[in-house]
Every structure is written in C-alpha cells, then in structure tokens.
Design a protein around this ligand. Structure first.
Ligand code: PXL
Length: 282
C-alpha cells in the first residue's frame, strides 16, 4: 500500500485541512500519516471568530526525529495550512530529511480565497511560502494564492491565456507542476488548470460551474490530487477525479447549505471515490 504523510492543522470543528485530508485519502486507499501543525477550535474562515490556536511547531521536529529512528518512509509528503514562517522552515527541514528520489512533494499554499488573505497571514508569510513552493514537485494554489505567489493583483475573471501564463510563471518558482484550483475561464465552467514543465504540458479539467463559495473545497481537491498522484494516476486522471469529487461534494451540500455553512458534505461521496480508486490500489 502506498503511504503518504500530510502536514496541516487540525481544525477541531469545520471539516477542513486534516479532518478532510485524512478521510479522503484513506478512502482512496492511501495509508495516511499525519503531522498536525496546530490545533484550532474551528477554522478561521466562514465568519468563525474567537477560535483557539495552539501552535505545534516544536512537536514537528520531535515527531520527525522519532520517525527517523524508526526508519519510516513516505511515497508522498503533502502540506496544507501552515500557521507561521518558522513552521515553514521546520517543514522544509522535514522534507529534506524524508525526501528520496521517488518521493512526491505536494504543497497546497493555503493563504487565502476570494481575493483576500486568511486571518493571521502577511507578506513575510507569502515570501516563506514561495520558498516552500520552490522545493515542491506539485503546487495547488487557487487564483488568490496564485496572485499572491506571483506578486500580482487578484482578478476573479481570468481568461484561459491569463491562466496559462500564470501557471507557467508559477513553475518558474521551481516546482515541476502548478495546478490552479477553482480556475474558471468563463461563467459556465469551473475546475482546474495545470502546467507540467516536465512532459505533460497544459492539462485542463472543468466541470459545471456551481455559483457560490464553499469552504474546504480547496483542501478536498488537493487531497484527492495528492492521493491520486500517490496511486500512480496521470495528472489528467487525478484532476478529473478531483474535479468530479469536489462537484459531487458541492452538490451533496446544496440541499443542506443552511445547516452546513462551514464546509461541504463530503461523507456521502466517499464510497464512490473509494470505488474509483480501487483499480489503482496495489
Ligand atoms: O481550508 C483551508 C484552511 C485550513 N486550515 C485553517 C483555515 C483554513 C481556511 O480558512 O482557517 C485553520
């Protein structure tokens, strides 16, 4: 069985980051170890205020030291929400310690959405995140994060040539593949656009555009792509699976939106995801 480690926060309530990545990647048939970067009572979006935040930076180093002694190996290292610049440095050391020639390093540069940075981030954090992206194999920014990484103003109506230009520039940071999530070249379609600088070139995967903003869909999308690439899917296969699954989750949420305003209802969709991955499992 393939084994990944995902490094991101635990938002105790709110179904994002680790509490989304772990069920999704496990359902895909990928053994998923976790390193929590912080424990928050809720995530910081959707209007949640007054949340607690316990930083776990020091624990990351200790966990890594123990794992090194055990000789643990990972096919994939996948990072998500990271709480501070110093934490990015600790995670860079973790990657240096555990990366081999075969390891896939996926970085979701979680920093903002809808043209706005999440609470607690600043330009120093963006600079540190650019450095983390430079050592990744794959990065998955949304249009807001792509603009932050490239030092550009955010636009919510990117054309396909603009998306392609941004993707090429994002690989210029040093990563091999850049995937823009939530890419929408017109009002009818939404999905992902990718550029692989070492072979596959541009890859697009779009589905129907469902109007509205749904928290946690970026984390869910990145988890499916990470799981899919870990299982040996091509970039196109992983993107199509992630676009389809994210759309299914949004559709499952529409009838319960009032109740589930803080995330998406992904649980009823996990069975079909597991079925779709079965043929890739060892
Ligand atoms: O979904 C991304 C995310 C992850 N973790 C925390 C967040 C957010 C977005 O708001 O606040 C703590």
């Amino acid at each position: 069985m393939k084994r990944a480690v995902t490094i991101q926060d635990i938002s105790c309530f709110g179904k994002c980051s680790l509490t989304a990545a772990l069920p999704v990647m496990s359902a895909m048939g990928v053994e998923t170890a976790v390193i929590p970067t912080a424990v928050l009572s809720t995530h910081t979006g959707s209007g949640f205020t007054g949340y607690t935040f316990r930083d776990l930076t020091d624990d990351i180093t200790q966990i890594a030291a123990h794992w090194k002694k055990l000789g643990l190996r990972f096919d994939t290292i996948y990072t998500g929400y990271i709480g501070s610049c110093s934490q990015i440095n600790v995670i860079k050391r973790f990657i240096a310690q555990f990366r081999t020639d075969e390891t896939l390093v996926v970085v979701d540069p979680v920093m903002g959405d809808g043209g706005r940075m999440y609470a607690g981030f600043d330009s120093r954090f963006v600079t540190a995140m650019k450095e983390l992206c430079s050592i990744a194999d794959v990065i998955l920014p949304n249009p807001t994060e792509a603009a932050l990484l490239l030092g550009r103003n955010f636009s919510n109506s990117l054309t396909e040539p603009e998306i392609k230009d941004m993707l090429e520039r994002l690989t210029g940071l040093g990563c091999k593949t850049a995937i823009m999530t939530g890419a929408s070249p017109d009002n009818t379609r939404n999905g992902a656009a990718a550029y692989c600088s070492c072979g596959e070139g541009f890859v697009f995967s779009y589905g129907e555009n469902i109007p509205g903003s749904f928290h946690s869909t970026g984390d869910i999308f990145s988890s499916v792509v990470s799981g899919g690439l870990t299982l040996g899917m091509t970039l196109k296969q992983a993107l199509d699976l992630a676009v389809g699954f994210t759309h299914d989750c949004i559709k499952a949420t529409l009838p319960v939106r009032e109740e589930e305003w803080y995330s998406v209802r992904f649980e009823p969709c996990l069975g079909d995801l597991a079925k779709a991955c079965k043929k890739y499992m060892e």
